[in-house]
Unconditional design. Structure first.
Length: 271
């Protein structure tokens, strides 16, 4: 994996946590064994951008004294056309196929089945393009499910339109476009208690910005901003607002101030 020249763990790393470079490298290397599935980049290796690598290293490389991941929830808010679906699919496959968890249950959630299927289709194509995964996975396209045979794990699509309220033993959830959830019912079912039997479940919430101030997305956005701006503390919650980063860069450009290292500036704001 391409290494960040100046990787520095997020400022939200707890005092008693440590950064395990080997675990972070493994997570990044797994993702970079996958391929892009759309447009000009289709079929080419998934090379993490600097801001993506920062997120992956922070989430999978920062561990508590007991050896398990510090962050259980990641809220990643990014503008449109920034590879959201590809990153979400890669994280889902990492949790399902690369995390060493027996009988891992990974769920891809969205407001409706069509939206949830977008990330699933990307993940399925990534499996087909990766020989090592293709021979170990079974894709059940009609059920929107990917089975990882060595650990009896699966990745399954769920939507707010149709889901069961019982029987989840969650190791990972990827919520795509959280701002489109019609209410908080599915979110609460998937995030409250369903992962208690796992040692390090991860709830990966990735979305573009929404406008409904009464939504679960806005509530989560506000929590993220409170943590970023120092009003709240939650060592299990990892907040990223790329929209905030881009807004700050825009202000710098409008002011006419010299912006010598924009990528490094972005990483500092993420950290």
């Amino acid at each position: 994996m391409k290494k960040l020249k100046k990787y520095k763990p997020t400022r939200f790393m707890a005092k008693d946590s440590i950064y395990d470079k080997e675990l972070a490298d493994y997570a990044g290397d797994f993702i970079e064994c996958l391929c892009h599935t759309k447009g000009t980049w289709a079929g080419k290796p998934f090379k993490l951008l600097d801001w993506q690598e920062q997120i992956i290293r922070d989430l999978f490389g920062i561990i508590k004294p007991n050896g398990y991941r510090q962050f259980n929830t990641a809220y990643v808010e990014i503008p449109k056309k920034n590879g959201k679906s590809e990153l979400a699919a890669a994280v889902a496959l990492l949790l399902c196929c690369g995390d060493g968890e027996q009988r891992a249950e990974i769920y891809g959630c969205a407001a409706d089945r069509g939206q949830a299927t977008i990330v699933f289709d990307v993940a399925a194509d990534m499996v087909r393009m990766c020989p090592a995964l293709e021979k170990r996975c079974k894709i059940l396209a009609s059920q929107k499910r990917i089975l990882y045979l060595p650990t009896n794990s699966f990745y399954q699509v769920l939507s707010a339109e149709a889901y069961s309220k019982h029987g989840f033993n969650i190791h990972g959830v990827v919520f795509d476009e959280l701002h489109t959830q019609p209410n908080r019912k599915l979110f609460d079912v998937m995030t409250k208690g369903s992962g208690d039997a796992r040692m390090q479940p991860l709830y990966f919430l990735i979305t573009t910005a929404g406008t409904d101030t009464n939504s679960i997305c806005y509530e989560t956005h506000q929590k993220a901003m409170d943590i970023i701006e120092g009003r709240k503390k939650d060592s299990t919650f990892y907040p990223v607002s790329m929209g905030l980063v881009m807004m700050r860069i825009g202000r710098i450009r409008k002011s006419g101030r010299k912006q010598t290292h924009p990528l490094e500036r972005q990483l500092e704001w993420i950290r």
